[in-house]
Ligand binder design. Structure first.
Ligand code: 13P
Ligand code: SF4
Length: 327
C-alpha cells in the first residue's frame, strides 16, 4: 500500500501532479476532485484505488492505493461506513466478501476483467473431478463464485508463496495461463493450467521488447507476470504492480519500460521524478471505466452497491483469508 496525496491541499496536489496531469485536464478535474473530497467526508467513506487508476483518481481522491494484494489486505482491515472501490468488479467483490455488513460501491459495475470472464464455478467443479484431491489455487482476478469453489486465492504478488504454502506436489492454478506458467518456472510444484489470459498483458510481445532495446540502449524492462513467456524472457525484472515499485526503489534505473497498464507509469512518475518512463504500455478498457464523475455519483447517490450471496461470500472469504494468512 502507498501513502496517497488525498490529504494535500488542491494547490499542493497540483504541484505534485503537474508532470502527469496536463493543465486543461486539471481544470476539468479540479471541481470533481473537490466534490469527491467533500462527499467522502460527509459519507464517512474510504476510497481504495488500484495502481491502474488514472492519475487524478490515484493521486487526487484515493485514501488507499496499491496492487490487488494490498487492496484485499486493506479491505480486510479498514473501518468505514462506505468503501468505494476504484478498480474492476472482482476487486469490489473481494472487498464486499471481507465486509459483508458494510456498503461497498463500484463507480461502474461494467468494469469487468477478461480473466474473471474466462472461468465459472462449474468449470472449477469439473476440474476437481478431473484431478481428484489436487488443491485449487485461484488468482483473485475471478468472481466470488469461483473463489468459493477454491482452496486458496493468490495474487501476482504472492502466487509462488501461496502455491508452496500448500506443501503438495501438484496444484490446479486458475485462470491465468501466463501467470501459471511463470509460477511453474519459480517452483518445483507441478502446475495444472487453465486457458485464461489478461487481454491487456497478452498483447505485448518479446519481439516488441527486442525492438525497443535497440531503439533505447540501456533500457531497464520490468514486466507483469500476466505477460506471455517471450515477454518475461526479455524482462530484467518480473513482478506485480507493487513488486514493480519496490524494484524501482531498490534498483533506481535511469530509463524504464513498465510492461503493463499505461496508468502505472504515470502514477509512479510522481514518486520517481528522476526516472524516465518510456512506452510501450496498453490501456485496460475495464479499469478506464472508472472516472472521477463516476466516483462523485457513487458517493452522492450511493451507487452501485456490490452484493454477494451469503453462502458464496462465506466460501470466497475462506479462500481469500487463507491467502492473507500466507506470509
Ligand atoms: P496486481 O496489481 O496485483 O499486479 O494486478 C494486476 C492486474 O492486472 C489487476 O487487474
Ligand atoms: Fe483484467 Fe487485465 Fe484489466 Fe487487470 S489489466 S483488470 S487482469 S483485463
Amino acid at each position: 500500500m502507498s501513502a496517497t496525496a488525498t490529504s494535500l491541499s488542491l494547490d499542493a496536489l497540483r504541484a505534485r501532479t503537474r508532470a502527469v496531469i496536463p493543465d486543461l485536464e486539471w481544470e476539468a478535474e479540479r471541481p470533481l476532485i473537490e466534490a469527491i473530497r467533500r462527499l467522502k467526508a460527509e459519507r464517512q467513506a474510504l476510497i481504495l484505488a488500484h495502481n491502474y487508476m488514472a492519475p487524478a483518481i490515484f493521486h487526487g481522491v484515493a485514501d488507499i492505493t496499491g496492487d490487488s494484494l494490498a487492496l484485499a489486505r486493506e479491505a480486510a482491515r479498514v473501518e468505514a461506513d462506505v468503501l468505494v472501490v476504484c478498480g474492476v468488479h472482482f476487486m469490489a467483490e473481494t472487498a464486499k466478501v471481507l465486509n459483508l455488513s458494510r456498503t461497498v460501491l463500484i463507480p461502474d459495475p461494467r468494469a469487468g476483467c477478461s480473466l474473471a470472464e474466462s472461468i465459472t464455478a462449474a468449470d472449477v467443479r469439473a476440474l476437481r473431478r478431473q484431478h481428484p484431491g489436487v488443491p485449487v489455487v485461484t488468482y483473485v482476478n475471478t468472481s466470488a463464485a469461483v473463489k468459493a469453489e477454491s482452496d486458496i486465492c493468490c495474487t501476482s504478488g504472492n502466487a509462488v508463496r501461496v502455491v508452496e504454502s500448500l506443501g503438495v506436489p501438484r496444484v490446479i492454478f486458475l485462470p491465468d495461463r501466463y501467470l501459471g506458467r511463470y509460477v511453474a518456472t519459480q517452483t518445483e510444484v507441478e502446475i495444472v493450467l487453465w486457458q485464461g489470459a489478461c487481454e491487456v498483458h497478452e498483447r505485448f510481445s518479446g519481439a516488441q521488447l527486442r525492438g525497443l532495446r535497440v531503439e533505447q540502449p540501456g533500457l531497464h524492462v520490468i514486466a507483469h507476470p500476466e505477460c506471455p513467456p517471450d515477454v518475461l524472457a526479455e524482462a530484467d525484472f518480473v513482478g506485480s504492480t507493487h513488486g514493480m515499485v519496490e524494484h524501482l526503489e531498490r534498483a533506481r534505473p535511469e530509463r524504464v519500460a513498465l510492461i503493463t497498464e499505461c496508468s502505472m507509469s504515470a502514477n509512479v512518475t510522481v514518486q520517481f521524478p528522476d526516472i524516465e518512463f518510456v512506452q510501450p504500455c496498453n490501456l485496460c478498457p475495464h479499469m478506464k471505466r472508472i472516472t472521477l464523475a463516476g466516483i462523485r455519483d457513487a458517493l452522492q447517490f450511493l451507487q452501485h452497491p456490490v452484493e454477494v450471496d451469503a453462502t458464496v461470500a462465506d466460501g470466497a472469504r475462506q479462500a481469500v483469508k487463507r491467502m492473507l494468512a500466507v506470509r
